[in-house]
Design a protein around this ligand. Structure first.
Ligand SMILES: [Fe+2]
Ligand SMILES: [Fe+2]
Length: 271
């Protein structure tokens, strides 16, 4: 089973720029093309939040249009830039989003059980797993405590060292860690929000962040470092579930020279 993770497209309407710089609309189509071109083809694409920049209906409409050519089943969860009602409205055919309440759900049809969590707090940059959401997750985990399970959500449940992002972290992370510690079958917690590849040990599993398919958060570990982004190569992650192990690859989007062979006539090329 192969999972592609795409995150934080921050889609704006065509021609509009995010933060006066990023034409996010122009970044999503190459990402979709990159995923469609993969061989082997992923079984599923998890899109881990901040799917639009301002949660506007017109942005979701543009997103639906840009994602229509994606030939792999895909699932959405909201980030802090999203709006639950507008998201449901635009993707009414995505019945897993439900009609009211939190946008969390379980996907049972793959070898790895996939649980999507909703960390959105309307109007705020931080995320939260409140008691209601933690209770829902606890009930889902208790259903199949033996089955390998992957959780995906927008806000990482740990501080990253990037000060301005940590200032909009996840409330309830400690309670989540306690809960997860009781479930060694949780293989991974996949997150977005920080627009970089980051890993941390968490409650006996691994929690990680994925790069954006558009702009990246500047790698700045100074205390009080300013809020800033950079146009480093856009990316995504591939999570390969094979022989009971989950292996993660970071992938970049774009055209680069190669591939070139290492070997020729049975030996390493040396000239
Ligand atoms: Fe984001
Ligand atoms: Fe975010």
């Amino acid at each position: 089973m192969l999972i592609a993770q795409l995150t934080d497209p921050h889609l704006r309407q065509p021609g509009q720029k995010a933060y006066r710089v990023v034409e996010t609309d122009r970044y999503l189509t190459p990402a979709v093309a990159a995923l469609n071109a993969l061989e082997p083809r992923p079984d599923v694409v998890l899109i881990t939040g901040d799917v639009t920049d301002f949660g506007r209906p017109a942005e979701y409409a543009a997103l639906a249009e840009r994602l229509a050519p994606l030939e792999i089943p895909w699932y959405l969860i909201p980030g802090n830039h999203d709006d639950r009602a507008a998201m449901r409205e635009a993707f009414s055919d995505h019945t897993y989003l439900g009609e009211t309440g939190f946008l969390h759900y379980v996907i049972e049809r793959f070898p790895l059980r996939l649980i999507g969590l909703d960390t959105l707090v309307p109007g705020e940059g931080r995320g939260e797993l409140c008691q209601a959401r933690l209770d829902w997750l606890a009930a889902r985990l208790a259903e199949q405590p033996e089955r390998p399970t992957l959780i995906f959500m927008h806000h990482p449940p740990f501080a990253t060292g990037i000060a301005h992002m940590d200032a909009q972290g996840l409330t309830g992370a400690q309670a989540l860690e306690t809960l997860i510690r009781g479930y060694p079958n949780v293989e991974r917690i996949l997150c977005g929000h920080v627009h970089r590849t980051i890993f941390r040990r968490f409650g006996g599993t691994i929690a990680s962040c994925c790069p954006s398919n558009a702009h990246q958060v500047a790698l700045d570990l100074r205390e009080g470092g300013p809020s800033a982004f950079v146009m480093e190569p856009p990316g995504y992650q591939l999570h390969l579930w094979r022989d009971g192990e989950l292996i993660t690859h970071h992938a970049v989007i774009g055209d680069y020279p190669g591939p070139y062979p290492f070997h020729e006539a049975g030996g390493l090329i040396d000239e």
